[in-house]
Design a binder for this molecule. Structure first.
Ligand code: ACO
Length: 326
């Protein structure tokens, strides 16, 4: 066991709601198509002046309040995101500035929708190896600024939001019981943002060709997602010597209800143990799992000692599975 304890959770969703009927007025789509194919009914969208660190800030303030800590008490700030405020510095540094603290380590983790589980594991190992005592781990995304609002195949899928956890050393009662990480970079081009990095720096041409937006081969992504979401969850259970009967709650990454249902069928995870927020928020990439953790905890679905199974899949491709004892 990696002895870590989540002592604070928080989340933030922008106020503006765009539902499927609003999207009907923007692109050639219908509420029926979106609901049937994805399970999404509405999503939250940031104000023009909001960036990822602003969302993480609001989530972090709530997590810190629950942990009864001040920003200055934190030793390391980690933000999992694929939609950073700027290419550099990291969103974690912008968050640190907003939290009006300095000195502690701050960096981002880029692992797409699996980013929060990668970052949480990293926080656990940094605490276990005595590099830090208290870590703030956020997952935040502003997907609405990187989707092409004229492309019905992608714009209906995503939403904005952030979740945060404060993680400290545990006395052995709580911790990560098992974890697995994976990636397959050979499939990177199935889901990526082509321009804006050093491969294809921003230019008039890249803007004109809309290469700063999400490019996705949805059907291909779907095929790999159902395989790896299930395998990562099954491996996490097996490595912890547990069965699904031992698990209180399954928190999957939430991109599409059909991906979650197929994962549940393959792994025999019952629907009633699966915590769903997708219908309200769409796919918030790295923010999905921490927002779900916050909502599950605050609604009483998670209590001390409960075993939580989490599994994620995203751009890269990356995937991760974890069993955490709350
Ligand atoms: N409204 C109406 N019609 C649409 C829309 C829309 N919003 N989007 C696509 N269509 C049309 C297509 O043009 C196509 O029409 P055609 O048959 O005339 O060519 C038809 O619907 C079927 O399109 P497909 O892409 O084959 O539809 P599919 O059933 O695969 O569903 C979807 C598409 C929802 C994107 C699905 O493939 C999916 O969820 N893939 C996973 C992608 C994902 O979740 N990515 C997020 C990041 S990775 C992660 O988080 C797991």
């Amino acid at each position: 066991m990696i002895k870590v304890k989540i002592v604070g959770v928080g989340s933030y969703l922008p106020e503006k709601v765009i539902n499927n009927f609003d999207l009907e007025k923007m692109v050639d789509t219908t509420d029926e198509w979106i609901t049937e194919r994805t399970g999404i009914k509405e999503r939250r969208i940031v104000r023009e002046d909001q960036a990822t660190s602003d969302l993480c800030y609001e989530a972090a303030i709530k997590a810190l309040a629950m942990a009864e800590l001040k920003p200055g008490d934190i030793d390391i700030i980690i933000v999992a995101t694929s939609t950073p405020d700027t290419v550099y510095p990291s969103t974690a540094c912008w968050l640190q500035k907003k939290l009006k603290t300095k000195g502690q380590g701050a960096f981002d983790v880029s692992a797409g929708c699996s980013g929060f589980l990668y970052a949480f594991l990293l926080a656990g190992t940094l605490i276990e190896s005595k590099v830090a005592k208290k870590i703030l781990v956020c997952g935040g995304e502003v997907m609405s600024k990187v989707v092409n609002w004229e492309d019905r195949a992608t714009c209906v899928l995503f939403g904005d939001g952030a979740g945060a956890c404060v993680v400290v050393e545990s006395n052995g009662e709580s911790g990560i019981l098992s974890v697995n990480l994976g990636a397959d970079g050979s499939l990177a081009e199935l889901l990526y943002q082509p321009a804006g990095g050093t491969r294809m720096p921003a230019s008039e041409k890249t803007v004109k060709e809309k290469l700063h937006y999400v490019h996705m081969k949805g059907r291909e992504v779907f095929k790999h997602a159902v395989i790896w979401m299930g395998r990562a969850a099954e491996k996490a259970l097996k490595d912890a010597n547990l069965s699904i009967d031992d698990i209180k709650l399954f928190i999957p990454h939430q991109a599409n209800m059909r991906i979650i249902k197929t994962t549940n069928e393959r792994t025999k995870i019952p629907e009633e143990k699966t915590f769903i927020i997708l219908h309200k928020y769409g796919n918030m990439s790295a923010a999905t799992i921490p927002v779900a953790l916050d909502e599950a905890y605050r609604s009483g679905r998670i209590k001390d000692g409960d075993l939580i199974l989490m599994s994620a899949f995203g751009t890269g491709f990356t995937w991760a599975g974890m069993v955490y004892k709350w």
